[in-house]
Design a protein around this ligand. Structure first.
Ligand code: BES
Ligand code: MN
Ligand code: ZN
Length: 493
């Protein structure tokens, strides 16, 4: 893990060894021009930006020698618009200048929230996964970042940057881990040891306990694997909780599809299928480290979905802890089975809000591409999550849960089936509708507040890095879940 010292200073330092100063370039009416103090610097004034191909397009980076020094440039577009934009700009700077020990950033930026976001972007993007490389490609050097600004950051802001980069690194380490080295019991143990540091309670349910607790979905998905499933329950109890939040995450350490086996192309990347579980664990740790006044219980539903003689067959019927029976028509729709257990357990606690997060459907990618997370649920919960995502600069898109699609998961012989094989209509929405059946109600028989996040899109980036998003596991939605706790803590009741 890289740990960077972030500072602000009113004036640019005279000279620091091993440093590059990065100046801002704005693209105004397609013309790139230096802005901020760069525009006043005599040695830079003479530069013909066009001739040296320095662009002001947002996130464009360049470096050139000026006299005896190397100076860097960052394009802002017109200007840094908001915190989300500042975070992306930070990511671009963090990627382009990671080989520099000391970075001085001389760009105009409006307020301390935007500075925090800029620093977050720089910190988050330093992540690399090189556990399995025999030689490190190009080690990251960045140690200090100094922003020339009259604004200062509070201790709490600096603390948040540090905690975010810790938990995002931990999330991405788990999600990137290949499934030969990360299986259910191993994932559970890693989280147990991390829980000690975060000072939260971690309980691990093995197959015996899962049987006793009637966690049928997790058991049914896990039984084809020689590596048995687990449920991990993480509890954070602050002294004065203002609200309670339950989180449920999908933790399929590898999804072969089971007996309904995936083809060679579709199976690739299925080590990422535990991202939801990693996300709820790390978000809970962050909330605990930040001491937010919200009680959190996270359920990680962990299993390996393998085909074998002991695997669940298509047409098998299983009965869940809440009494509902499900015909398993497609063993590749396993996520909703393990998540159903987590949702039933979460509902029993009657929390103020339940959020589940899963790499649930390929259909999410068809509908939303690679960056937007599908968001479903009741209107109030959806609004709250939208607000939290906005505050974190993460992309979510509200999708409906249309009643008429419920027909697609009616079974002839059981209460429900887990997929209508051969009818892919609204695949992401049907996944949401299935999960909704396992959300319990309050004492007035009203369904508990619930939101569902399908991030089969954003959990993993298999394209080029952009903004603060690296290749591979992204750590998407961890910060949004922390912001949900922020929202719950401040919401007046
Ligand atoms: N883990 C997959 C979803 C997925 C696909 C995540 C691609 C990331 C990238 C999930 O378990 C799955 O296989 N879903 C099925 C559901 C269908 C059988 C109803 C799918 O998307 O095909
Ligand atoms: Mn599957
Ligand atoms: Zn899956």
């Amino acid at each position: 893990m890289t740990s960077i010292t972030f500072k602000t200073s009113k004036t640019a330092p005279k000279s620091i060894s091993d440093s590059i100063t990065v100046y801002a370039v704005s693209a105004f009416e397609k013309e790139s021009k230096l802005v901020g103090t760069a525009a006043k610097k005599s040695e830079l004034k003479a530069l013909n930006l066009k001739a040296v191909q320095i662009s002001g397009a947002s996130e464009a980076t360049n470096r050139i020698p000026v006299g005896k020094q190397v100076v860097g440039f960052i394009g802002l577009g017109e200007e840094i618009e908001n915190s989300a934009h500042a975070r992306e700009i930070g990511g671009a700077i963090g990627r382009a200048f990671a080989d520099t020990k000391n970075l001085i950033i001389d760009i105009p930026i409006k307020n301390s929230d935007m500075i925090q976001a800029l620093f977050e972007g720089i910190a988050i993007v330093q992540y690399e996964y090189n556990l399995y490389k025999s030689s490190e490609s190009k080690p990251k050097q960045l140690k200090t970042v100094l922003l020339v600004s009259g604004q200062t950051l509070s201790k709490a802001q600096l603390e948040r940057i540090k905690i975010y980069s810790e938990v995002l690194d931990a999330t991405r380490d788990l999600v990137n881990a290949p499934a030969n080295d990360l299986y259910p019991s191993k994932m559970a143990e890693i989280v147990r040891s991390q829980g000690k540091i975060a000072n939260v309670k971690v309980e691990i349910w093995d197959e015996k306990r899962l049987t006793k607790e009637k966690c049928t979905g997790i058991l049914s998905v896990g039984k084809g694997s020689v590596r048995p499933p687990r449920l991990v329950k993480i509890t954070y109890t602050p002294p004065k909780a203002k609200a309670s939040l339950a989180l449920v995450g999908k933790g399929i350490t590898f999804d072969t599809g089971g007996i309904s086996l995936k083809p060679a192309t579709g199976i690739l990347g299925m080590k990422y299928d535990m991202a939801g579980a990693a996300t709820v664990a790390q978000a809970t740790f962050a909330i605990a480290k930040l001491k937010l006044p919200v009680a959190v219980t996270a359920f990680m539903c962990i299993a390996e979905n393998m085909p074998s003689g002991s695997a669940t067959r298509p047409n098998d019927v299983i009965t869940f802890r809440n009494g509902k029976s499900v015909e398993v028509t497609n063993t590749d729709a396993e996520g909703r089975l393990v998540m159903a257990d987590g949702l039933v357990l979460a509902s029993e606690m009657k929390p103020d809000l339940i959020i589940d997060i899963a790499t649930l459907t390929g259909a999410a990618r068809v509908a939303l591409g690679n960056r937007y997370t599908g968001l479903m649920g009741d209107d109030d919960s959806v609004e709250l999550v939208k607000k939290a995502a906005g505050a974190s600069g993460e992309l979510v898109w509200h999708m409906p849960l249309p009643e008429e699609l419920r027909e697609l998961i009616k079974s002839d012989i059981a209460d429900l089936m887990n997929s209508r094989v051969g009818n892919p209509s609204g695949g992401m929405l049907v996944g949401g509708l299935f999960l909704q059946e396992f959300v319990g109600s309050d004492k007035n028989k009203k369904r508990l507040n619930w939101a569902h996040l399908d991030f089969a899109t954003a959990a993993n980036n298999d394209l080029a890095p952009y903004g603060y998003t690296v290749k591979g596991a992204t750590g998407a939605m961890v910060r949004t879940l922390v912001s949900v706790a922020d929202e719950l803590a401040t919401k007046k009741k």
